[in-house]
Design a protein around this ligand. Sequence first.
Ligand code: PGA
Length: 245
Amino acid sequence: MRIIVARDYDEVSYKGANLIAAQIMLKPNSVMGFATGSTPEGTYQELIRRYEKGDISFKDVVSFNLDEYVGLEKDDPQSYHHYMMHNLHNFTDINKQNIYLPDGKAADLLKECKEYDSKIESYGGIDYQLLGIGTNGHIGFNEPAETISNDTMVISLAQSTIDANKRFFEKEEDVPRQALTMGVGTIFRARKVLMLVTGEGKAEILEKVLFGDITPQVPASLLRMHPDFTIIADEAAAALVKNRI
Ligand code: PGA
């Protein structure tokens, strides 16, 4: 595990984009796992800038996403499909055939989960997985639980996640109660994992992830066992750990 402490959100975004751009330069047909949420937005802007400068091309990149809400149409402004198109994919040369997210409107959600994992496998697995982290330690929508989830599955959102995400919706009742998410196993099988952690609101959970028990009650803590796991945290998020790393 490596931990990089950056000054602030902008520097996290800059350094995050550096690592992702290096991955794409070294392997132009990388299978990328992307994340949503407010944390990676700056990193996506940096990546678009590097694409515009001609430093990297997404032409051969394959993109998978961690998760999607159940019940939202792809073009719903709150869907993660919409988020990815408007925060990254519409501004690069990625082949639109190479963009995959779980379909939250699938008639058979369990079948959709199985097919999503098969699709990832058909590309040889994920080379590089980008993650944020929930204040409860979730990765994707893998909420604190008794057991480790393996494959992509249908989950019920924790109340703490509904509370955290309601800021994106008009009212709390509009937040979908279910989502499809890659399992911890799916994430763990990625060859490299990069987690971005920003803001003082993430300081307590980052301390638990780094120094607490490795437990499915703090899903991100499991990544301490991953062979190639990097965290970039800003000083605010690293406030409780910076003297110990
Ligand atoms: P955030 O969400 O980037 O909006 O804080 C992260 C997450 O819930 O995984």
